[in-house]
Write a protein that binds this ligand. Structure first.
Ligand SMILES: [Zn+2]
Ligand SMILES: [Zn+2]
Length: 335
């Protein structure tokens, strides 16, 4: 039988199909952005150089004290996508459509160094970022309007960062977003059929098979998903079952910082500082029993390709490198 030039793979949770087009394969190093200029705004135009008076939280590295030693500050977004005002959780009809007010919170998590991205930070520095995410998550989840809290990070122009100074964002919104809804439904479906968590199953399989593992420590594993949507996509999973990101212990947080730092350092070195997004997928705010089948994780999406007509028109993405090849390449990079 003739070998097929591409392979369709299905994601176990979302049911999404992707195309691994090995017939159009590139070598891993061809993805590095050596020829693209990296985007760094001058410091004097940077809005994140000084500690803000309206900062909602300020953090120093463990063992250091005082505002002058700040490493992370959390500030309200100056141009929020969601904010105070309006009425929450009231849905109105607008003809055949539905609408509700964009009530919520939009905060920015800034690290002090103007240029050094997470892949170039120490484990201790990354741990403080995660602590800020976690603290703000707890603070925002108590608001009656909040249904979901999205924590994400854009690195580089292609990833949508309008300010080059490293920062993450936290957006608390009054609805459960569609991607989370599908992920929840997928894991619930699997749970009812097999009485086990689909993500635990995947983590177990990946660690055993090793083909797509990029990095692991005692508590976290980083791997390239079997149905990777884009070349060099990575997921960071706690090896233990937990629906809620915010419930991570301080020991787990250290291990998470280690895994996230390692993944981004490998990306930085291996692909020469590509643009990327990462985000946390966690259970919605609210009654935890309802989401006990869910398993929180981080997804890292490098900007190694762009969505064209086929992707936009079908929701099927074409990846031009096999996840196994991408993982083998990243696994070898010392960080
Ligand atoms: Zn700056
Ligand atoms: Zn699980």
């Amino acid at each position: 039988m003739m070998k097929s030039i591409s392979e369709l793979r299905q994601d176990l949770v979302s049911g999404d199909w992707v195309v691994i087009a090995t017939g159009r394969a590139k070598r891993p190093h061809e993805f590095s952005k050596t020829k693209r200029p990296s985007f760094v705004q001058p410091k004097k135009l940077c809005p994140f150089e000084t500690l803000h008076n309206d900062a909602v939280s300020v953090y120093a590295i463990d063992g250091e004290r005082g505002k002058e030693n700040w490493w992370v500050e959390v500030i309200p977004n100056k141009y929020p996508a969601f904010g105070k005002g309006g009425v929450c959780a009231v849905f109105h009809n607008a003809g055949p459509y539905q609408r509700t007010d964009g009530v919520g919170f939009h905060e920015v998590v800034v690290t002090r160094d103007h240029e050094r991205s997470i892949g170039r930070m120490t484990k201790e520095e990354v741990e403080v970022i995660l602590r800020a995410y976690q603290d703000r998550y707890f603070a925002l989840k108590n608001d009656a309007c909040v249904e979901y809290i999205s924590v994400f990070h854009n690195h580089g122009v292609l990833a949508g960062a309008s300010i080059s100074h490293p920062h993450s964002q936290i957006i608390a919104i009054p609805v459960v977003p569609p991607d989370i809804q599908r992920s929840l439904e997928g894991s619930a479906r699997y749970f009812h059929k097999h009485q086990t968590c689909v993500h635990c199953e995947m983590v177990r399989h990946e660690i055993k098979e090793k083909k797509r593992v990029i990095y692991e420590n005692d508590v976290f594993a980083v791997f390239a998903p079997y149905a990777s949507k884009i070349a060099f996509e990575m997921r960071v999973f706690p090896k233990f079952h937990s629906p809620h990101f915010e419930e991570m212990s301080s020991r787990d947080r250290e291990a998470c910082a280690d895994a996230l730092r390692a993944a981004l350092a490998k990306l930085y070195k291996g692909l020469k500082n590509p643009d990327f997004n990462f985000f946390i997928h966690t259970a919605p705010v609210g009654e935890s029993k309802e989401f006990r089948h869910y398993h929180w994780h981080l997804e890292i999406i490098p900007k190694t390709g762009i969505w064209a007509g086929f992707e936009i028109g079908t929701g099927i993405e074409i990846s031009v490198i096999a996840p196994e090849t991408a993982a083998a390449f990243l696994r070898k990079i010392k960080v």
